[in-house]
Design a protein. Structure first.
Length: 165
């Protein structure tokens, strides 16, 4: 603080105001600098996919029908679900699953209802959740359901909108 020899109250007030203004400017520059370097650090750590060092940055990953869901059906369902099988619709084709009436069910319903796994007959059959006692789980005649991770993948695919991707 710069004060002249005559220590006039007015001079002290001006000196204090000048010093306060300089501190405000310094703080503002400091905050802006920190924000700038924070953004640089965040974006410098991002890969080409927008994730950071193996992490997806909290972004949701959309389940792929062709890459993730169809292989589950191919490996677990085609024993029965084939042209001459006991359940002749083909679950590997998107058109036979989404918004299609379920067959052989007491209460009716749709095989897959986009964004609604809980009311989709497919999910009820593979998980046993919400399935009427008179209905059987799939795989039919099997004492074991699909593994949990496959059930969750199908549930997520349905709840994401059952995309044909």
């Amino acid at each position: 603080m710069i004060i002249r020899k005559n220590n006039d109250l007015h001079d002290i007030k001006d000196a204090c105001a000048e010093e306060f203004s300089m501190k405000q400017q310094y703080c503002l520059k400091l905050i802006l600098g920190l924000l700038f370097f924070s953004f640089v650090a965040v974006f410098a750590g991002c890969g080409s996919d927008g994730g950071m060092d193996g992490d997806n940055g909290g972004a949701s990953v959309v389940v792929s029908f062709s890459a993730e869901i169809q292989p589950i059906f191919r490996d677990n369902c085609t024993i029965c679900h084939k042209v001459d099988g006991i359940a002749s619709f083909l679950p590997m084709t998107y058109e036979h699953l989404v918004n299609r009436d379920a067959t052989n069910t007491d209460g009716g319903g749709k095989r897959v209802i986009p964004f609604d796994a809980a009311n989709s007959i497919l999910y009820q059959r593979i998980s046993g959740i919400g399935l009427p006692l008179t209905e059987e789980t799939m795989p039919l005649g099997s004492a074991q359901l699909l593994p949990d991770e496959k059930q969750v993948l199908i549930q997520n695919w349905i709840n994401e909108g059952a995309l044909d991707n």
